[in-house]
Write a protein that binds this ligand. Structure first.
Ligand SMILES: C[S@@+](CC[C@H](N)C(=O)[O-])C[C@H]1O[C@@H](n2cnc3c(N)ncnc32)[C@H](O)[C@@H]1O
Length: 287
């Protein structure tokens, strides 16, 4: 089968806006996914670290293993994995800014390519054996027609006892939303359209049953599904508060229009998570 082309343009349209802009609202590790408020009084930074630890803790990592991070963002999960588990890491991102920044972080720590490597490459192009896989907040970009090739490839790259921790936003089916008594009216449809066109072009959210079904069709056993719904509402509330507090810098770095668009995105998504239109789940997939 011909190699699939990663969606570089769609992904760069979002993540390569400006690292300085993202820094205004993300925590210092620049983790850009749902945090895990394990304790009520956790700061965003503590909760992001807790999410990374929760994810890595499900993988059975042993020193010397090779961990693939599909959608490594600005590198926080890989750095933590090196520190806590003494593993070798390889991270994939489609964002040029993230690629540059992670390379710099590895250089600053004196980590050579044998121990830590980042590639400007999609999972579609990666084809090397690895022991474990973590993927946090990237599956939303893959598109439904690529779920089977994705799970099949990861299954093939892993050893017989291999595991993947897949963390993704999921959307409930219309019938589930109706059963919850939630309206599917014009504002709801317009907001979903706004996210899929202006914020994450080409993005698609799977229903949870579909993730499990496609993982199992490739041969995985889905051992655990952990929903973190309200943790994402809380994360987004903090991101929106942070950005609001940095309004003037945001306008200077980007524009008033970008600021308004991001406030609409962050507050609207928090509302969607709180009400239950969408959720975010961690799927532990064992080979
Ligand atoms: C929301 S960010 C999450 C980053 C990081 N995991 C975190 O939690 O902070 C999504 C990441 O997925 C990456 N991505 C999207 N599509 C991808 C693909 N086909 N292959 C590899 N990475 C991809 C993006 O480049 C970005 O780094």
């Amino acid at each position: 089968m011909a190699e699939l082309e990663p969606f570089f343009d769609n992904v760069q349209a979002h993540y390569d806006l400006s690292d300085d802009f993202f820094e205004l609202f993300l925590d210092p590790s620049r983790t850009y996914s749902c945090a895990y408020f394990k304790e009520d009084d956790y700061t965003l930074e503590q909760a992001q670290r807790a999410k990374v630890d929760l994810s890595l803790g499900k993988l059975g990592l042993q020193p010397g293993m090779r961990l693939l991070d599909v959608g490594c963002g600005w590198g926080a999960t890989m750095l933590r994995a090196i520190d806590q588990y003494d593993v070798k890491v390889v991270g994939l991102t489609l964002s040029k800014n993230q690629y540059e920044r992670v390379n710099q972080l590895f250089r600053d720590r004196g980590l050579g390519p044998e121990q830590a490597e980042v590639r400007l490459q999609g999972w579609e192009e990666f084809d090397e054996p690895v022991d474990r896989v973590v993927s946090i907040g990237a599956f939303e970009h893959f598109r439904k027609e690529r779920y089977d090739p994705f799970f099949e490839k990861i299954y093939r790259l892993l050893p017989p006892d291999g595991r993947m921790l897949l963390h993704t936003i999921v959307a409930w089916e219309r019938s589930d939303i109706r059963a919850k008594g939630l309206p599917i009216d014009r504002p709801v449809i317009e907001f979903a359209k706004f996210i899929a066109t202006e914020i994450f072009p080409g993005g698609e959210l799977p229903p949870p049953a579909k993730v499990e079904a496609r993982a199992e069709a490739a041969g995985f056993t889905v051992e655990l599904v952990q929903p973190l719904q309200l943790h994402y509402a809380h994360t987004l509330d903090i991101w929106a508060e942070n950005l609001q507090a940095k309004h003037d810098e945001a306008v200077q770095i980007a524009s008033q229009e970008t600021f308004d668009t991001y406030m609409h995105y962050l507050t609207g998504c928090a509302d969607f998570f709180r009400k239950g239109y969408i959720d975010v789940m961690q799927f532990t997939c064992a080979k």
